[in-house]
Design a protein around this ligand. Structure first.
Ligand code: ADP
Length: 350
C-alpha cells in the first residue's frame, strides 16, 4: 500500500524545483492502514508558495485511489535540522502531535489504553513516543517490560538530554525510571512536578509523529502544570461504564475545555465495557451497565471512540511486559479502530 501511495505521489510535480514529490525528497512520512492514510510532506523553505496547492493535489489524488480511507496530508515547513529556539527546545519541538490520555480516577485502564494506543499508532507506521507522567502510579515501565531501565544523560548542543527506553519500537520515558513505587507518596508535590518538567523538556525523543502522554488520574494541579509545560494537541478520556466513572468524564471534558486550557477532546474510550467468556465469544455481558460513556460523550459533544471489553490478554499483557495489542489479534483490531478515529480527529484540528 505504501508503494502504491509513493507511486501516486511521484506523479505530483513541485513547480519550482520541477521535481516530483518523491524524487525531490519532499515525502517525509507515510502511514497507512485500510481506514486511514496520512502523509507528511516537508518543504525545505519556511514559506513555500506551493505548499497548500500540493497538499490539496495529494489529498485529492489519494482520496480518488483510496475512497474507503480517511486521507490526511500534513505539511511541514523548514528543514528538519533547523536549530530550535529556546521554547522549541522542549521535547515538543520535533514532535508533530501530543495526545494526552486522561481519566477521572485511577484504575479505569488509562495506562493500559495509553500503551495500546501507542502500539496501534506504531502499527500504522508512525514514529511514537510514550511519556508516562502518572506520578501516582507510573505503570508504563512494567507494561513494556523495561522496569529496570536507568536513563542515561547525553549532551546535545551543549544541553543535557535524557535518553528514553525503547521497547516495541516505541520511545518510552517514565517518571517511574526516577522513583521507586514506595517513594511515590513523597514525590507528589513540587519535586514530582520538577521531574516531570525535566522529562518534558529534556528527553531525547528525536523526531516523533505522536507523543502519547499518560497523565495522572483526576483533574488537579499536576495536570495544569503539565498542560502549562507542553503543547497538548488532543485529549483522550478513558472511562469505565460505572455511573461514578462516567461522571468523572464530565470533569475531564470540562478541564480540557476550560478557557485557559483549551485542549480539544479527541474522544472518550469506554474500557472494561463488557465481558465475553472465551468459550462464548459472541456473548457480551455488560456487567457494569451499558452505554453510559457513549451517552455522556454525546451529551457533551465529544466523539465516542469505542468500547474495549474485559479481556484476560489485556491484563496479562500489562503484567508481562507486552501490551495486549501486541499479543492478541482481537485487541489489536479494537485499538486500530480507536487509533484511526483519534488520528482523524487530531489531524482535523490542524
Ligand atoms: P489506570 O492507569 O487507570 O490506573 P491501569 O491501566 O493501570 O489503570 O489498569 C488497571 C488494571 O486493570 C491493570 O491491572 C490492567 O491490566 C487491568 N485492565 C485494564 N484494562 C483492562 C481490560 N480491558 N481488560 C482486562 N484488564 C484490564
Amino acid at each position: 500500500m505504501k508503494e502504491h501511495i509513493l507511486q501516486l505521489l511521484a506523479t505530483i510535480i513541485h513547480p519550482e524545483t520541477e521535481k516530483n514529490l518523491v524524487e525531490g525528497g519532499f515525502v517525509e512520512q507515510i502511514a497507512a492502514s485500510e481506514a486511514a492514510i496520512t502523509v507528511t510532506i516537508r518543504f525545505p523553505k519556511s514559506r513555500d508558495p506551493f505548499a497548500v496547492k500540493i497538499k490539496n493535489q495529494s489529498e485529492t489524488l489519494l482520496k480518488a485511489h483510496f475512497p474507503q480511507a480517511k486521507v490526511l496530508v500534513m505539511i511541514k515547513e523548514g528543514g528538519q535540522k533547523k536549530l530550535p529556539d529556546l521554547k522549541e527546545k522542549s521535547t515538543t519541538g520535533d514532535i508533530t502531535k501530543v495526545i494526552a490520555v486522561a481519566s477521572g480516577k485511577g484504575g479505569v485502564g488509562k495506562s493500559t489504553v495509553a500503551a495500546n494506543l501507542a502500539v496501534a499508532l506504531r502499527d500504522m507506521g508512525f514514529r511514537v513516543g510514550l511519556l508516562d507522567a502518572d506520578i501516582y502510579g507510573p505503570s508504563q515501565p512494567k507494561m513494556f517490560g523495561v522496569e529496570g531501565y536507568i536513563p542515561d544523560a547525553e549532551e546535545v548542543d551543549g544541553m543535557d538530554q535524557i535518553v528514553p527506553a525503547d521497547a516495541e519500537d516505541i520511545k518510552i520515558m517514565s517518571i517511574g525510571f526516577f522513583i521507586r513505587p514506595t517513594d511515590a507518596l513523597l514525590w507528589r508535590g513540587a519535586m514530582a512536578v520538577n521531574a516531570l518538567k525535566q522529562m518534558i523538556h529534556q528527553t531525547k525523543w528525536g523526531p516523533l509523529d505522536f507523543l502519547v502522554c499518560d497523565l495522572p488520574p483526576g483533574t488537579g494541579d499536576v495536570h495544569l502544570s503539565i498542560i502549562g509545560e507542553m503543547k497538548i494537541d488532543a485529549a483522550v478520556i478513558v472511562s469505565t461504564p460505572q455511573q461514578v466513572a462516567v461522571a468523572d468524564v464530565v470533569r475531564g471534558v470540562e478541564m480540557f475545555r476550560n478557557e485557559q486550557v483549551n485542549i480539544p477532546v479527541a474522544g472518550v474510550v469506554e474500557n472494561m465495557a463488557y465481558f465475553s467468556p472465551e468459550e462464548l465469544p459472541d456473548n457480551k455481558y455488560y456487567i457494569f451497565g451499558h452505554g453510559g460513556a457513549r451517552k455522556v460523550a454525546e451529551e457533551y459533544n465529544v466523539p465516542f471512540l469505542g468500547e474495549i471489553p474485559i479481556v484476560q490478554s489485556i491484563m496479562e499483557g500489562g503484567d508481562t511486559g507486552r501490551p495486549g495489542s501486541t499479543i492478541d489479534p482481537r485487541v489489536t483490531e479494537w485499538y486500530h479502530k480507536i487509533a484511526d478515529k483519534i488520528v482523524g480527529n487530531v489531524m482535523k484540528n490542524g
